[in-house]
Design a protein around this ligand. Structure first.
Ligand SMILES: [Zn+2]
Length: 205
């Protein structure tokens, strides 16, 4: 595999100028879907108009990494007590870093269901009874917005779990929060607390 260097010349077809000579250099390269850019990537540009016309293989990992870092918004409106339960669990795991931990805790569960299709299939059924019970207790009409920014790959994982569980985004988050309530908020000694505290400590450093 050939490695290219800044200043090296080449040839390519430019969308505007046809067959042209090119020069390799470091540029901000837009993602193919236009949703953001990978910054400072070695790419070949058209010598006539300056458009990026070629990406050498050595730049692919950096573009992929930038793509994964690009954040997708993930929003849901939930009755306020759901978010209070979530925050309480976060506080129990990472008292000093609770607000930041919301996303990570939710995504920890998303990953878990993403990797355990059987459990994900049951989520819908489990939710029905747990939700009915919880919502009869809370009698709350106050709604709060859960607003997260997640990586593209996380966003895909959320979608995958929604598909397997046949749940809307709101119901998926409700069912995860109820699971978190059962796992982390209610027990005197939550089973996974040590593990989650370890993760929180690593993320905090
Ligand atoms: Zn051109």
């Amino acid at each position: 595999m050939k490695v290219f260097y800044e200043g090296e010349k080449g040839q390519a077809v430019c969308r505007d100028c046809g067959r042209v000579s090119t020069t390799f250099g470091y540029h901000n390269v837009p993602f193919s879907d236009g949703n953001g850019t990978a910054k400072n990537i070695l790419a070949a540009t058209c010598d006539k108009c300056g458009r990026v016309v070629g990406i050498p293989p050595q730049s692919t990992p950096a573009i992929k990494a930038a793509r994964e870092r690009a954040l997708a918004p993930l929003e849901a409106k939930l009755p306020a007590p759901y978010l209070e339960v979530l925050d309480l669990a976060c506080y129990r795991i990472a008292p000093s870093n609770a607000p930041d931990f919301r996303k990570r805790l939710l995504m920890y569960y998303v990953r878990r269901y993403r990797n355990d299709t059987k459990a994900a299939e049951f989520l819908g059924n489990e939710l029905k009874s747990a939700k009915a019970l919880f919502e009869s207790q809370i009698k709350s009409t106050a709604q709060k917005r859960l607003s997260l920014k997640v990586s593209e790959s996380m966003s895909r994982d959320v979608q995958d779990v929604m598909n397997v569980a046949h749940l809307s985004k709101t119901d998926l988050f409700k069912s995860i929060v109820l699971k978190i309530k059962e796992d982390i908020v209610e027990p005197d000694k939550p089973q996974e607390l040590d593990r989650l505290q370890e993760i929180a400590a690593i993320l905090n450093c």
